[in-house]
Design a protein around this ligand. Sequence first.
Ligand code: ADP
Ligand code: ZN
Length: 711
Amino acid sequence: MPAQPQILATLKEYFGYDTFRPLQQEIIHSIFEGNDNLVIMPTGGGKSICYQLPAFLLQGVTLVISPLIALMKDQVDGLLANGIAAAYVNSSQHPNEQHEIYQKVLDKDIKLLYVAPESLSSLDTILSQVKVSLIAIDEAHCISAWGHDFRPAYTQLGYLKSKFPETPVIALTATADKATRQDICDQLNIPEATQHLASFDRKNLSLDVRPGNKRIEQIYAFLSDKPNQSGIIYCLSRKTTEALAEKLKDKGYKAAAYHAGIDHQKRSQVQEDFINDTTQIVCATIAFGMGIDKSNVRWVIHYNLPKNIEGYYQEIGRAGRDGLPSSTLLFHSYADVVQLQKFADMSGNKEVQLAKLDRMQQYAESLSCRRKILLNYFGELIEKDCGNCDVCKNPPTFIDGTVIAQKVLSCITRVKEQEPIGTVIDVLRGAQNAAVQDKGYQNLRTYGIGKDIAWRDWQQYIIQLINQGYLEIAFHQNNKLKLTALSKKVLFEGEKVSLAHLKELEKAKQPVVLPTDQGAAPDLFEKLRALRLELAKEAEIPAYQIFNDATLREMEKFRPMTDEEFMQINGVGRQKMQNYGYQFIKEITNFSSAKTKKKKKKSAKKGNTHKETLVLYQEGWSIEEIAVKRQLAESTIFSHIMKLHQEGEPIDLHQFIANQDLKAIENAKQDLDNPDGLKPYFEHFEGAIDYNTIKVGLTILKEDRKTNALQ
Ligand code: ADP
Ligand code: ZN
């Protein structure tokens, strides 16, 4: 096994990262020990490095099985940008191109070779002539009919272990249910695989579920406090994506539709514009988002109910990869359930699909902490309610719903269990439409007994009754409502029913605040982002492959101005420093000096003592010089400066603190768990960093947090 310092150095030099995320290190060690591994990690958890880093250090070529051509290309581009030799083979390539790659593999010039399962057999001859160091199977749930994404071509992958018995296999997926996990190991022939199960808790994602009435109004309200924030709206049908994008555009949003029916070039354009923040909102079918590493997606809406929890969790997981707070919203409607039932009916493994849909529905209709349900689904139990879902934030109160239940149940008895929800409610409310009149329902005893309750509230109550088992929907008989054994208890045995009190649905906030690009002059982050876009266009690669947002944020915070400082930024490896360091450093330097000039230009106001300091400061004198001139202590001048900064004077605090000190203070802040005052820091550094510097550092960090929270 390579020594730990070598592993860490590779992480920094070739991937740009200072530390491992949870589990990455254990997984990598396990590979070096020669074990087979099964990795279950949520989307955005950082699966790729788990095999890419060992691939780089092991002798021979690592084979990566990946289901999507777009995904493969993306990963290979990313590796090449980091200076790691990688290539892919798939059916879209010309034979000449493929042969060139085969030759490179034979010449040992390739560390990672990506291949779609369908093309694997074409590699047989080549692979028998080289050492295969590791076999990585990405999106491994595709092998299992229990998973939500079954791909027949994956089922032949089991032979790999028999063909390369000495080569460790690593299977990776974000799908975690137990049945699928076991099935993956069985089918891949790796029964002894070490299982690594990462936490699926993404605390920064808020969870919200609302009834799917007036969705578009609800969306406008949802967006009203999110100007310029990137988001995805997932829809079930292509038509909806287009209609929705049009509506949003009419309202002034930069929105686009994305689905499999749009031609390839246009789709890439939409994706690129989204990645580069020129399109704010993408209305998409589920095809969108796989393999996109856009870290600043701030929200995800599900316009329709997803067909299972795995898919739902993967999709909301595309929000907030940078760890900043992000919102998710799911609309729930019975029409969607019916639609999805039909899809499930047509699918090959109907029972499994229906069971999964059931769980999805239970989640959407839950009256207790939603995160508990999600994590429970992935086999993780949390004791406390999360506090970041709609149920936790707004817990239901219960009312005695016995009379309500009796009315519904007896109405269903009278219509002989032959009607769906809508008609039952119409009868309860005494509607005079054809569906009711033609069948003579106006003559029933229950006709009009529920006038006092609004249509939508009846709908909600009936849903609750279904969830509690007092009613059933016969999906295969035009969704007729049917009585159950429990309904009889309510009707004939005096059983009490408890129902959640319905709150007013959040009123759509009007008028909608439209997004605007005007406002403050672009800050350093915006400048860095513009530079990144320019470089990406030049190199014809996606912007995030140059640096992701989290890395740009670090640059903004630490303002590296030398190569060494630049290398210290998390996300910067050697190759990228060489390729892009110069331009980024130049941008940062220009930005900083422009600010200083502006400061100097501003005319000085006479005033009390700290204002006198300001005048001298604006003339360009240093703190020491001002102290001498004014015959005051340096610490006094320093406190003037801090006060001026606090009053909003444009004083760039970064000039008073070295990069590594700022970093050290940030780390200490975490290690010491946000202590009060400066002293704990001073003691922590054993006096190596003085009080003034600590104060500057903490002020910068505090302001950074505020700006981040606003974004
Ligand atoms: P997954 O495949 O699990 O969805 P990725 O491998 O695409 O996740 O990683 C998600 C994001 O996390 C990427 O932007 C990646 O660069 C970043 N990342 C991965 N490992 C680390 C690490 N150790 N430190 C910082 N960022 C990391
Ligand atoms: Zn909760």
